[in-house]
Design a protein around this ligand. Structure first.
Ligand code: GAF
Length: 396
């Protein structure tokens, strides 16, 4: 399967650039098991890289041009620019993610004196909440690292992706997605403390259960969504709490402290946003223990609680995600379900017994079509390796 994709990519590269790629790469998407909207609040997250993602073929050029082609955005044709040109491409162009990463790497002190060619193809549905954008950022990062033989640590590659997203694209995301894609390992989730950046790999052995990704097929663009508004609201909560608490992030306090101090928060809506960030961080810490001890029922219950909090206090779900999740939660064999990623559309996950996957798809698929009016899609998630280069001889 994979080798077929690389062969196709090689052909695409040859036809667009009239030359042979020197290197191949893969950058995954991610799911987040729990710990949602906690990463820009200095809290904990538990994401994992998945086996679908973005494939790339690349080669250095002798002149200063960068030439990009994506099979998924073939309407944009070959995008060409000078390697040191800092201007944005047209709004919405996928090439801006590559330009953003180049810009981050330049700001970290790297210098580029020649260009490159890159052809990509991806199988993450765009804008689906599985982080197709971070997948692309990390792909661009690893391509540049390899072609220019940059001696940059993995964390800097991850940070370059986040910086591109924040400063070049304009969405103030945390570091969860890029970290999951940069550090992912097969069958392991990543338990990351986004305040200290200390992380631990946690084996995902779900016994008889699998994680099913449920896609609303509702497209959304983070920069157009209320994501940045949530970032500002939680910052406002910290500002209010600082009247009495010596904190920089909501992730530094527990629910007990929050309950005692919430009167300091001026706006009711901001207090609810903060309540989610604090409680979700606590749920994530408990969830990791439960996962390690294989208490899957209790783990599933926390997924349900997480969704409820994201729906009621954080208000980032909407009818599409709520229909998927709330229907899934009632299907036999489902231990828990919740939205994953930023929300406002995109995907949800359900933890379900292998025997009940077909039933889940059937029941949730029907309820979704009836209520929302179009189809949802379902995929069984496989947890795979983070961004890496590919030795084609081994693949082909
Ligand atoms: C998006 C962001 F990119 C992440 O940083 C994270 O905040 C997530 O939404 C919500 O948990 O995926």
């Amino acid at each position: 399967m994979e080798s077929k994709i690389y062969r196709e990519l090689e052909r695409e590269f040859q036809s667009k650039f009239d030359s042979q790629p020197s290197d191949f790469f893969f950058s995954p998407g991610r799911i987040n098991l729990i710990g949602e909207h906690t990463d820009y609040n200095g809290g904990h997250v538990l994401p994992a890289a998945i086996t679908i993602g973005t494939y790339g073929a690349a080669k250095s050029r002798h002149d200063r041009f960068v030439k990009l082609y994506s099979k998924n955005f073939s309407n944009e044709g070959v995008i060409t620019f000078d390697i040191n040109d800092e201007n944005h491409l047209q709004k919405g162009s996928w090439g801006n993610f590559v330009k953003g990463v180049l810009q981050s790497l330049r700001l970290y002190g790297n210098k580029f004196d020649h260009g490159f060619e890159l052809a990509i193809v991806g199988n993450i549905p765009n804008g689906s909440g599985l982080s197709s954008s971070s997948s692309l950022e990390l792909l661009a990062g690893i391509v540049v690292k390899k072609l220019y033989d940059l001696k940059i640590p993995r964390l800097q590659l991850v940070a370059s992706g986040q910086k591109a997203e924040n400063d070049y694209i304009g969405v103030n995301t945390g570091i969860m997605d890029q970290f999951a894609i940069g550090y992912g390992e097969k069958n392991q989730a990543i338990y990351l403390d986004t305040n200290t950046m200390i992380y631990e790999l946690v084996p995902v052995e779900m016994r008889d259960n699998v994680v099913v990704i449920m896609n609303t097929n509702k497209k959304r663009e983070l920069s157009d969504s209320k994501y940045n508004e949530r970032v500002r609201e939680t910052q406002e909560a910290v500002f209010d709490l600082q009247k009495e608490l010596r904190i920089n992030f909501l992730g530094e306090i527990d629910s007990k402290t929050f309950e005692k101090s919430k009167h300091l928060i001026n706006r009711e809506v901001v207090a609810r946003r903060a309540k989610h960030a604090v409680s979700e961080n606590e749920r994530t810490k408990i969830a990791v223990k439960l996962l390690k001890d294989n208490h899957m029922m209790e783990f599933g219950r926390l997924l349900n609680e997480s969704h409820e909090s994201l729906k009621t206090d954080y208000e980032v779900t909407g009818i599409e995600l709520d229909t998927l999740v709330e229907t899934a939660q009632k299907v036999p064999g489902v231990l828990g379900a919740r939205m994953t990623g930023a929300g406002f559309g995109g995907c949800a996950i359900a933890l379900v017994n292998k025997r009940n996957v077909a039933e889940l798809k059937q029941i949730v698929g029907k309820a979704y079509k009836d209520k929302v009016g179009y189809e949802a899609s379902f995929y069984v998630a496989e947890i795979g390796q983070g961004v890496h280069s590919i030795s084609l001889n081994a693949e082909k």
